[in-house]
Design a binder for this molecule. Structure first.
Ligand code: GLU
Length: 446
């Protein structure tokens, strides 16, 4: 079974799951050489095995809305691979969630988690529940109902979910409460819990901060820093907020945020005060557009943030948000670094454009791994029942992001194809893949 025939099989079996096919093809396009160097990978059919999740659990979630009406949503947990540790990955609550989206996310998570150097397998889950417009009580009832079913299939050494789009600390706390109630176990079965009842410091900031630590390492390769650099950020959620904050700390000037309705531009740059206002405003489900009345700047309805001169772009919203046209706009506006805060925000065509134009491109599975890395640190703190300080964890996060960067760079130099710029895409895929593939070979065929 070659890599090509594994892809053909995925395309045939899952033609209705385009995001999953896209994620599989992206990894496949970068591992041919490392496959050839390791004949056992073909013999043990490791890629073919990794293209099929261990299992997909699908369930119904019944809950009652504020009017007393019964609502029915779909729920899933994709347990993709536990080759190097318990299944690990977030839960997404968003109307676009379906099995194919969760399979793409779970597939990416396998390699991302391996890159952190921590013992975590890959998984993902979620629901097509839309938290937008729901009351606090409705969200609480939904989270309880979701966990009433999910708890049967997770455990601290089996499968450890966390947050993702639509699932933050509040939702994790509600789900953890139901898990604890049903099982009578206070254990590290979910990460992203509140600090003081099992959560880890810096978990909230970790994905965004980690992204900028990764970027800082990319800049260092060219003897540059973020000082004075203009940064475009998309999204306005957890990843975007803390990426902007860390970029500001390191001397960058962030000039955009965005949401599904449009783009906010502030050419003076977002200060800490302005970012804090956005954090509070979004936490209260208010519109990003209100910013203009408070601080000035401009709200561009229906537009994306890639149309301004800048040095760095950090897409932090969602999958396939950067099209081929958007990528051409980035090239035209002088962007030299693209690091993905979201999972798979660039389409396959957009990736080709940035790579062909000598932009240093860091894929999400490397650049946004800081979130799950601190989840891994939360798991170990839960196990030993001792908690670390913010400073200690921040130091560990910086070290992990540097290691991911350096390992991706080394593997990119050996197996990559881009000219004059580090091939982080190939490097991250190879470095993550080899670790998981070696485990699969060691196990035989289980
Ligand atoms: N959802 C995050 C990700 O995409 C974090 C997952 C976790 O902490 O388990 O990596």
């Amino acid at each position: 079974m070659t890599i090509q025939s594994a892809i053909a099989k995925v395309e045939q079996n899952y033609a209705h799951q385009p995001e999953f096919i896209q994620a599989v093809k992206e990894v496949a396009s970068t591992i041919e050489k490392v496959y050839a160097d390791n004949p056992k990978f073909a013999e043990y059919k490791v890629f073919e095995r990794l293209c099929e999740p261990d299992r997909v659990i699908n369930f119904r979630v019944n809950w009652e809305d504020d009017k007393g009406e019964i609502q029915v949503n779909r729920g899933w947990r994709v347990q993709f691979s536990n080759a190097i540790g318990p299944y690990k990955g977030g839960l997404r609550f968003h109307p676009t969630v379906n099995e194919g989206v969760l399979k793409f996310l779970g597939f990416e998570q396998i390699f991302k988690n391996a890159l952190t150097g921590l013992p975590m397998g890959g998984g993902k889950g979620g629901s097509d529940f839309d938290p937008k417009g729901k009351s606090e009580a409705e969200i609480r009832r939904f989270c309880y109902a979701f966990m009433r079913e999910l708890h049967k299939n997770i455990g601290k050494d089996m499968d450890v979910p966390a947050g993702d789009i639509g699932v933050g600390g509040r939702e994790v706390n509600y789900m953890f409460a139901m898990y604890k109630n049903l099982t009578r176990e206070f254990e590290g079965v979910l990460t992203g819990k509140g600090v003081g009842h099992g959560g880890s410091l810096i978990r909230t900031e970790a994905t965004g901060y980690g992204l900028v630590y990764f970027l800082d390492n990319m800049l260092k390769v060219n003897n540059e820093t973020l000082v004075g650099k203009t940064v475009l950020v998309s999204g306005a959620g957890n990843v975007a907020q803390y990426a902007a904050e860390k970029a500001l700390h390191l001397g960058g000037k962030v000039i955009t945020f965005s949401d599904s309705k449009g783009t906010l531009v502030d050419k003076d740059g977002f200060t800490q005060e302005k970012i804090n206002w956005i954090k509070n405003h979004k936490a209260n489900n208010q519109s990003l557009a209100d910013y203009v009345a408070q601080f000035g700047g401009e709200w561009l309805a229906g537009q994306r943030p890639w149309q301004f001169d800048a040095d760095v772009a950090l897409p932090c919203a969602t999958q396939n948000e950067v099209s081929e046209e958007d990528a051409k706009a980035l090239v035209k506006h002088g962007v030299k670094y693209v690091a993905e805060g979201a999972n798979m925000p660039l389409t396959a065509e957009a990736i080709d454009v940035v790579r062909e134009h000598g932009i240093a491109y860091a894929p999400g599975k490397a650049a946004n791994a800081g979130g799950v890395a601190v989840s891994g640190l939360e798991m170990s703190q839960n196990s030993v029942r001792r908690y670390k300080s913010f400073e200690e964890l921040d130091g560990q996060l910086q070290t992990i992001m540097k290691n991911i960067h350096d390992n991706s760079k080394v593997a990119g130099e050996k197996y990559g194809t881009t000219k004059g710029v580090v091939d982080y895409m190939t490097g991250a895929n190879v470095a993550g893949f080899v670790q998981v593939a070696n485990a699969l070979v060691a196990y035989g065929y289980l």
